[in-house]
Design a protein around this ligand. Sequence first.
Ligand SMILES: [Zn+2]
Length: 310
Amino acid sequence: MKRLRRALLAITCLLSAMPAMGGGEFALAEVAPGVFVHAGKPLPLDAPGHDDIANIGFIVGSKCVAVIDTGGSLRIGRALRAAIQQRSRLPVCYVIDTHVHVDHVLGNAAFKADKPSFIGSDLLTAALVRSREFFLKQYAADFDAPADAAQIVAPDRSVAPGETLSLDLGERHLQLRAWPKSHTDCDLTVFDDKTRTLWTGDLLFVQRLPALDGSVKGWLGVIDELLKLPAPRHIVPGHGAVGSDLAAMLAPERAYLRMLEQGVRAQIAAGKPMDAAIREVGASEKGTWLLWGETHPHNVARVYQELEWE
Ligand SMILES: [Zn+2]
């Protein structure tokens, strides 16, 4: 009898723990009133589960819902859409893309039926066109079969780098701002005025090593600009944990990018070739970031190309 009671207790505990464990469901956190984030997993871009590595989510106004990034597959985009429908009966009026990378945009097509306005940087459409063949070949399984370009949804409304666009969701406004070339050439941030929540896209990586696909000098300049803005109360990075102190969250990324810039410049000045720079620059920081081996060599090569002719 005692054993039976213990077994029943164990089953009860297990069942009550299941929702918290996720149980395969699409986990969401309400990080501020009406601001929902699905946290991406710290996995490489070619690992199983690579379609769910970016932080994505949505903001609910009194009139409608804005989605911010849609994940790395139609599957993740649909899971996000289902999660929105569980929490709100309001229509999705905007789908905002923070930049071109596959882990942030491939879920866009899941929202086509909602007929939202798709919004990104002025340079996002050209970047999607450049990435089209790569997405279809490298990530074919993340589309509906057969993978085709019609499933890559480009913006119908855009923001020029340096400009802002205000969106009214009803009783809250989002300020979208596009930035000069930094993480990519089409980065865009979203600020919710009601909760002072800043979505940085991949201008901010937390714990995961920042991946450079734009300009190291540009990115450092954008970090300076972000720190001049009125301080946000909640910060949603593109990858890593949500926080409340923007300067503290940006500090490791800024130090890494400065180290890259200075280290590579010194290698070039010493007449060292790119492969030597890849071996030597930043070698002592290897243990402090996730996914170093997958990302750091590419970053050094990128900075080398940027600084080689300055
Ligand atoms: Zn990115």
